[in-house]
Ligand binder design. Structure first.
Ligand SMILES: Cc1cc2nc3c(=O)[nH]c(=O)nc-3n(C[C@H](O)[C@H](O)[C@H](O)COP(=O)(O)OP(=O)(O)OC[C@H]3O[C@@H](n4cnc5c(N)ncnc54)[C@H](O)[C@@H]3O)c2cc1C
Length: 271
């Protein structure tokens, strides 16, 4: 779509070329959302592409994903054999309501910063215990656990102008077993529930990450795989029916049902 209010597109090679921040500015990543609807409050786009951050870096600690990494690039990544949870990236990439064009243009960081309940890169990086590095316009970089980044539907902890720079996934999480469940009303539709369980090869450090069914990711953490009663009880205590996300992709009640149903399947498979 042509954005009639945009009068300037900046393409910095370094961030020093951008002075401060003001209302009307927006970071431009893949543009798949920015160009999909009018942006009446924006007059300037600042394209992140020219910063040329390396998309994917394997470090001693794990995997570093640049915010500007395309979802398709992440999907193509092959990693060490010990990274048994790596195929989860493909499951999550295929959970976006996305045409081929969107999938190839959209970035991991753009998906996270959109902070929609069905943001599958949020599901992926939260389940794999990711840490986000944020660059404020003023001051030192800061780190935020993926599970704490999204605060609600289309809301997150970013301050005005603050940039998501990268996502770090630790080796220990990449070496876990996982079980993935996703449901949408139509094939390739927007996720109504996307729920991931992970645990160590010995069954330790079990985590259940509930996304899409709730406005923000909710994670349940246990030393070992919990019993049916423990897990169901904890979900019930933490999430009442009003805490589920009601939208055209499903009622809160339906999403609550999916959460119980998939969580038990995941628990049994990882037991
Ligand atoms: C047909 C269609 C289907 C879609 N399906 C889904 C879906 O299933 N699930 C879903 O979550 N979304 C979906 N979207 C919305 C959107 O396309 C995706 O969320 C996509 O991943 C956004 O990534 P992008 O790189 O294109 O971001 P952009 O459109 O470039 O940016 C999105 C927002 O994030 C900000 N931003 C981008 N990068 C950064 C950064 N590094 N730091 C700070 N802010 C940043 C931008 O300023 C903007 O506000 C869909 C959109 C369309 C048109």
């Amino acid at each position: 779509m042509n954005l009639g209010t945009i009068s300037e597109v900046l393409r910095p090679r370094t961030l020093d070329q951008i002075d401060g921040w003001r209302d009307g500015y927006a970071w431009l990543a893949g543009g798949t959302w920015l160009f999909s609807e009018p942006q009446v409050d924006r007059d300037t786009l600042i394209d992140l592409d020219g910063l040329c951050w390396p998309a994917l870096t394997v470090t001693e600690a794990g995997l570093e994903i640049a915010a500007t990494c395309r979802i398709a690039e992440l999907d193509d990544l092959t990693g060490p054999q010990e990274w048994s949870a790596l195929p989860l990236k493909g499951d999550c990439a295929r959970s976006l309501l996305a045409s081929f064009k969107i999938w190839n243009a959209a970035t991991v960081g753009g998906n996270i910063c959109m902070s929609l309940p069905a943001g599958a890169m949020i599901s992926l990086t939260t389940a794999l215990e990711g840490v986000y590095t944020l660059w404020p316009r003023e001051g030192e970089p800061r780190e935020v656990a993926a599970v704490d980044f999204v605060t609600g539907d289309h809301a997150n902890v970013l301050a005005p102008g603050e940039l998501l720079r990268s996502i770090t996934i630790p080796n220990a999480a990449l070496a876990k077993r996982y079980v993935f469940r996703q449901q949408s009303l139509v094939k390739h539709g927007r996720s109504a529930a996307l729920i991931i369980g992970t645990c160590g090869q010995d069954g330790s450090d079990f985590r259940l990450t509930v996304t899409a069914a709730t406005p923000r990711p909710i994670q349940f953490v246990y030393d070992t795989v919990p019993t049916h009663a423990e897990l169901r009880g904890d979900i019930t205590r933490r999430l009442s029916e009003e805490d589920y996300f009601h939208d055209v992709n499903g009622s809160a009640r339906y999403k609550q049902h999916l959460t119980y149903y998939f969580s038990e399947q995941i628990r049994m498979e990882l037991s």
